[in-house]
Design a protein around this ligand. Sequence first.
Ligand code: KIV
Length: 278
Amino acid sequence: MKNTVSVFKNAKNGGKKVTMLTAYDYTTAQLEDAAGVDAILVGDSLGMVMLGYENTLSVTMEDMIHHSAAVARGAKKAFVVTDMPFMSYQTSVYDAVVNAGRLIKEGHADAVKLEGGVKFKEHIRAIVDASIPVMGHIGMTPQSVNAFGGFKVQGKSIEEAKRLIDDAKAVEEAGAFAVTLECVPAALAEYVTEMLSIPTIGIGAGKDCDGQVLVYQDMLGMYSDFTPKFVKRFANIGEEMKNGFENYIKEVNDGSFPAKEHTFKIDDDAMKAVTEDK
Ligand code: KIV
């Protein structure tokens, strides 16, 4: 049975924490689904970890739809949340609803996520009114990297902490089913988690959130351009992949691959007839 927003609601009602990981393709989604992850985020982080951009600002609706549809095909049980990319909702409430609808209809997402609190309350409410579940995202919101002056922890000063609390309330009041807290001091994240009736999903926000999310390339040691402090490496797949690639190159060069068991046979008579014909 496919997971629904109930997985998030249960976490708030004393159930187990929500586990969420990013995925951007069919194979990874299948593996995460088989491992039993509750939800998959098709994050616009794909701009960095899949497409090699410096940040998420160049990601388009077409990119998100393409990757979301692939993930949706692989996620038989996990709930799929797809990010609304930069400038797909900031421009107007109308654009927000139309583009959220495209992520559901063409990207086959179960829900959408967008960055921002107070400023985007109306946008979130309009998408929710169109029967599309919305996950909020506050704190360090990567689409505002230029406004923040870099990827910086948010909520350390009294002013910033109060702003974060207002944003959290706005997202909840707008009808979002959950909110991501990114790069927020742990004590503030705990306070917001206790304050809200919707679950908080943390990334760099400490252990007291109702769930956790990570970019899978970070937690598997596959992306080395930038590793945030909050990432724990659960496996070293990047090194394993590099070893595999090196072994392949070596064996092709020394002739040990492909071996007999990797090749196809042709009947001797058929081969003889072909060569004699020449
Ligand atoms: O795009 C993404 O992967 C995200 C996570 C960092 C929460 O939004």
